[in-house]
Write a protein that binds this ligand. Structure first.
Ligand code: 13P
Length: 262
């Protein structure tokens, strides 16, 4: 099967920007992309604002038909009911969310999310027609004890249990030690783990799905290092944290082809 993986540049805003600030950022981002004559075939752009911003982002994106997708930063494994504080995939779908981040290391560590819960959330998102951006990654201790691939591979295998190969998924490799540290992984490491993750996708979901599934790298991505990651055959985009809050920096990351000549 022909490999056709449009690079995917995703901004995870984490718990930053209220809905008015979200409108301002998305407007500026849309302006920057239009000014740069950004071609969506070069990179798909998505933002992941806090839940309280999603309705505002939807209104803006719909009104101006902006080439910016959006999604939630988490989803409940349940459809509805007595789950105070949780957000159903059905609600996200109703707001036009195309994607949802699942299993981010901040949720795995700060909210004790297990592989089992992550798997249930992947299934719940897909049930509602939302594409999971499934995060996996090793801590510094894991890296030391087991090398880079072992933990992400095990997390992916667990997360894919019962997943329908016909439903799209995006995988994000985010080494925990690289998140917010300014210390990105090397492109070689991202490639090594990306290839190992793609092998799991092939084994569990089949070779065609593996060939068409996008695998992102995340962890201290900036405009100055994005092209080096995207040169790797098994890195198809980036999940960007801090740098996604700066419109100039984020749009420079989206335009990775132009500004570094990748
Ligand atoms: P930074 O880009 O700030 O390192 O964050 C990465 C991340 O956690 C994206 O989900």
């Amino acid at each position: 099967m022909a490999v056709n993986r449009t690079p995917f540049i995703a901004g995870n805003w984490k718990m930053n920007l209220d809905h008015l600030q979200a409108i301002a950022l998305v407007q500026k981002l849309a302006f920057a992309l239009a000014e740069a004559k950004h071609d969506p075939a070069d990179a798909e752009v998505a933002v992941f604002p806090p839940f309280t911003d999603l309705r505002s982002v939807q209104t803006l994106v719909d009104a101006d038909r902006l080439p910016i997708a959006y999604g939630g930063q988490d989803v409940s494994s349940h459809d509805s009911g007595a789950y105070t504080g949780e957000i159903s995939g059905a609600f996200l779908a109703k707001l036009g969310a195309r994607y949802v981040i699942i299993g981010h290391s901040e949720r795995r560590t700060l909210h004790a999310e297990s592989d089992e819960l992550v798997n249930a959330k992947v299934l719940a998102a897909q049930k509602h027609g939302i594409v999971p951006v499934l995060c996996v990654g090793e801590t510094a201790e894991d890296l030391e004890a087991h090398g880079a691939s072992a933990v992400p591979v095990a997390q992916l295998r667990r997360a894919l249990e019962g997943v329908d190969p016909a439903k799209e998924i995006v995988v994000a490799y985010e080494p925990v030690w690289a998140i917010g540290s300014g210390q990105a992984a090397t492109p070689e490491q991202a490639q090594q783990v990306g290839a190992a993750l793609r092998a799991v996708l092939a084994e569990v979901l089949g070779p065609d799905v593996a060939a068409s599934t996008r695998i992102l790298y995340g962890g201290s991505v900036k405009s100055s290092n994005i092209a080096s990651f995207l040169r790797e055959p098994d890195v198809d985009g980036a999940l960007v944290g801090g740098a996604s809050l700066d419109v100039d920096e984020f749009s420079a990351i989206v335009r990775f082809k132009k500004h570094v000549g990748a």
